[in-house]
Design a protein around this ligand. Sequence first.
Ligand SMILES: C[S@@+](CC[C@H](N)C(=O)[O-])C[C@H]1O[C@@H](n2cnc3c(N)ncnc32)[C@H](O)[C@@H]1O
Length: 280
Amino acid sequence: MMALPEPLADAPRRATPPLIEQASAEQAGWRGRVARAFSRAAPQYAERASAQRAMAASLLARLPERAGAVLDLGCGPGETAAGLKARYGADCRVIGLDLAPGMLDEARRTHGDPVRWLCGDAAVLPLSEASLDLVVSNLAIQWCPDLASVLAEVRRVLRPGGRALINTLAPGTLAEVNHAWSHPERPAALLAFRDAGEHRRAARAAGFRRVDCREVAARFHYPDLAAVMASIKGVGAQVARPGARLTRADLARAARRFEALREPEGLPVTYRLLTLELST
Ligand SMILES: C[S@@+](CC[C@H](N)C(=O)[O-])C[C@H]1O[C@@H](n2cnc3c(N)ncnc32)[C@H](O)[C@@H]1O
């Protein structure tokens, strides 16, 4: 979901104190690009997001029996948030939060007002301390450069006894896409995925009492390179730098390299899915 032939691997990472101002500006620029890319993708997201939906299902299988206040963090067009509302009923307050206004417009249009739709950044949640029982998040936090702040915010808004169920992606995600687009003079651009150890350490530093982190490979197949790229770009995982251009020769080369990986079911795309279960 988040690799492109354009140089993408420039997501700002956490900075040491003397660089904080520069890092804040970089992070603001990054957030703007992420929000625009996902807003553009919003109208066709639901149609293209079969891989994301399959990965969300594994998260929903772990839901606690009861919850009175729930956040879907990085809710996209709102399918999971609407599902949480249906699952926990009228007495449960469900919030869907996303950085991309276009995603929230789509969520409102499709699922209406039973869910409260909020525009905001996962690293600075516009929510009160200890106000939620459950935070669910599917495939959003890999877009956040500051993992420590995101997990600290999730911890802050959870009540004692609260839980977070988070799906994110680990290194090795989209390895086939990386291989196909790699070029001696222009490495393929992948988000810098963080590994399980980094997530565990950040969750403990955020103050979670119980930290469980599992990694599995989720594999999907597509008929051709165009379908692979549509499955990535179609869900908004595209934050190209201005000026990045692809030639026909680049496309032909990538198609040849991907074809060499073909399996009976089609062209494979691997996601290394990390599921975090955190308790306060
Ligand atoms: C791949 S989509 C996943 C959407 C949805 N959770 C799903 O399962 O289909 C990632 C979402 O994360 C949102 N996102 C990215 N960075 C974010 C941030 N810093 N704060 C909140 N949402 C963010 C994007 O706007 C996008 O809607």
